[in-house]
Design a protein around this ligand. Structure first.
Ligand SMILES: [Zn+2]
Ligand SMILES: [Zn+2]
Length: 296
């Protein structure tokens, strides 16, 4: 918030109607694509016009000028994408607005951490799922950009989905919405009856204050993302930045979650690896306030 107490900053907002209307033209999309090919280098007017392939210099200039100030910036070296311009080009690559894809269920090597059943990965309607074919308890569902699919062979997709899920959760735990970059707020919710995650007595939710986007996961997730836990697992031979999450979960005892306070809600997550245990405390705002190891 800019309350004037420490360092002034100004944010100028334009209407989305006006800004997105600028994109309804092939030449302008061509300009953004051409600048997106070398996002770190500015391009001269003539170079850019040649790349886009517009003969009429006056017409090209008209369209380029429409984009300057929103998606394109003019510098001493030429034209380059603004942050918003990069986001538009990124969205075109990710296929968020343009691609439609589905992937039939793929068998995932490994087994369900909860019931040892077979796992599968699938993709439809821009949503990836990683789930167990036998129990309904191991079930992960999340958005995955369709334009990213064809960068992977089918047998690479389960790990790609898992990495993406971890990447999204990591960003959300750091306080940024994965959809709009708004600020997220975490909440630890105690579940007395309906237990959505692996019969744990609580779950965590992160909600964006701007777009309402949210992520729900087990309280084990913030505990696992904590550097103390990652180090603990690494020392026991599990590099969580390399191994798929189901492989780590299968290799260790299922983490335990105990409610230690109801008001405010607080849980302790116990992770056991080898002959050592680690206890992480998850607070009411879904942050991890303490991580310590306990002797057997
Ligand atoms: Zn299962
Ligand atoms: Zn948001």
């Amino acid at each position: 918030m800019n309350d004037g107490s420490s360092g002034e900053f100004a944010v100028e907002r334009r209407s989305p109607e006006e800004t997105f209307a600028l994109l309804g033209d092939d030449t302008r999309i061509g300009i953004l694509r051409a600048l997106g090919e070398t996002p770190d280098d500015a391009r001269s007017f003539s170079d850019l016009r040649e790349r886009v392939g517009t003969e009429d210099s006056g017409r090209f200039n008209y369209h380029l000028r429409k984009l300057v100030g929103s998606f394109v910036r003019k510098t001493d070296d030429g034209y380059e994408l603004t942050y918003a311009g990069r986001q538009i080009v990124g969205a075109m690559y990710a296929g968020t607005y343009t691609a439609n894809a589905s992937v039939d269920a793929i068998a995932v090597p490994g087994e369900c951490p909860l019931c040892d059943g077979p796992l599968e990965a699938a993709y439809a309607e821009e949503t990836a799922t990683l789930s167990c074919r036998e129990c309904e308890e191991w079930f992960n569902e999340f958005s995955f950009p369709p334009g990213s699919l064809d960068q992977f062979d089918a047998d690479e997709l389960p790990l790609a989905f898992d990495r993406w899920m971890s990447h999204v959760v990591d960003g959300v735990l750091d306080g940024f919405c994965h959809i709009c970059a708004g600020r997220t707020t975490g909440l630890l919710v105690l579940d007395d009856d309906d237990r959505p995650f692996a019969t744990y007595p609580a779950h965590v939710e992160f909600t964006c204050g701007r777009c309402g986007g949210s992520v729900r996961t087990a309280p084990v997730t913030p505990a696992f993302m904590h550097p103390g836990t990652r180090g603990f697992l690494f020392e026991h031979g599990f590099d969580v930045s390399e191994l798929p999450s189901w492989a780590v979960w299968s290799a260790i005892d299922l983490p335990e979650v105990a409610v230690v306070s109801r008001d405010p809600p607080r849980v302790e997550v116990t992770v056991t690896a080898g002959d050592e245990r680690l206890v992480a405390t998850v607070d009411a705002d879904a942050s991890v306030s303490d991580v310590h190891r306990v002797g057997q």
